[in-house]
Write a protein that binds this ligand. Structure first.
Ligand SMILES: [Zn+2]
Length: 267
């Protein structure tokens, strides 16, 4: 069995520019690093926090921060008119940065399907043009997502963050280039549907995230219980291995390998 203490981890989705981290991000990442977390993909939510994510990514931290820039479906209505030009400019300043998080959401009201889809199409197309990975938020919109993807240029790799789609869609999405990321909420006893999807994902397409500061895992999987933090990743991944009936060390090793393939920032 692989030792969990020497195992490196990668949190593929967090919002470190969130104001809840403004006072103690250094300490939060020091604790995460001491737990083996080597890297965190830090997603922007909208044009309002691109500058904050850039500033974070320029600083020295105890671990690697991978900045991701995109317009979240919840931020589409508030975006400045020239947001797409600004997004392209920031992505060109960060040649390895993924496009995210972007997506489709039928859950959070009000839902302006036309505006969301338009923003999603533009950003996916930009990711294809620039050869970037895309980080996708999809909530209650899986059929809609597949329809739209049928009509867009393919991406070699994209991440479905906090995957909440059905197990039956895993195969077709994987064929399109999807990697499936799960957060700690999959370990809640009531989340049987998400656990079925977690079991259906091939080991070489699986990723793990915290979505920090949101989506806290059940308390027993928390290294830090006050809010969702990257330091929780090792315990969450061990919980995911139990759901899949797999050796936790072997799964952690494969998931880290997957993360480095999708976000090639660490050798
Ligand atoms: Zn997010």
């Amino acid at each position: 069995m692989t030792s969990l203490t020497t195992q490196p981890y990668f949190d593929v989705h967090a919002h470190l520019a969130d104001e809840t981290f403004s006072a103690d991000l250094e300490e939060c990442l020091r604790v995460a690093s001491s737990c083996g977390v080597m890297a965190v993909a830090c997603c922007a939510s909208g044009d309002a926090d691109w500058a904050d994510v850039e500033a974070l990514a320029r600083r020295e931290w105890p671990l690697t921060i991978v900045p991701c820039f995109g317009l979240h479906p919840w931020a589409v209505a508030q975006a400045q008119e020239n947001w797409l030009d600004k997004l392209e400019a920031v992505l060109r300043r960060w040649p390895d940065a993924p496009v995210g998080e972007i997506g489709l959401d039928r859950w959070k009201e009000p839902v302006d399907r036309g505006a969301q889809e338009c923003a999603f199409r533009a950003q996916w197309t930009l990711a294809a043009t620039l050869g970037r990975v895309a980080v996708i938020h999809c909530v209650q919109a899986w059929g809609w997502l597949e329809e739209v993807l049928d009509d867009l240029p393919p991406l070699e790799r994209f991440v479905l963050h906090a995957y909440g789609g059905p197990a039956e869609m895993v195969e077709s999405l994987a064929r399109r280039g999807a990697w499936f990321s799960f957060a700690g909420n999959v370990l809640r006893e009531t989340h049987l549907r998400a656990q079925t999807a977690l079991q259906a994902v091939p080991q070489d397409r699986l990723l793990v995230e915290t979505d920090a500061p949101d989506i806290a895992p059940p308390r027993r999987f928390c290294r830090v219980a006050s809010r969702s933090e990257p330091a929780n990743i090792p315990a969450v991944l061990a919980g995911m291995a139990a759901v899949r009936g797999e050796d936790p060390g072997a799964l952690a090793k494969q998931v880290y390998k997957n993360s480095c393939r999708v976000f090639p920032v660490i050798s």
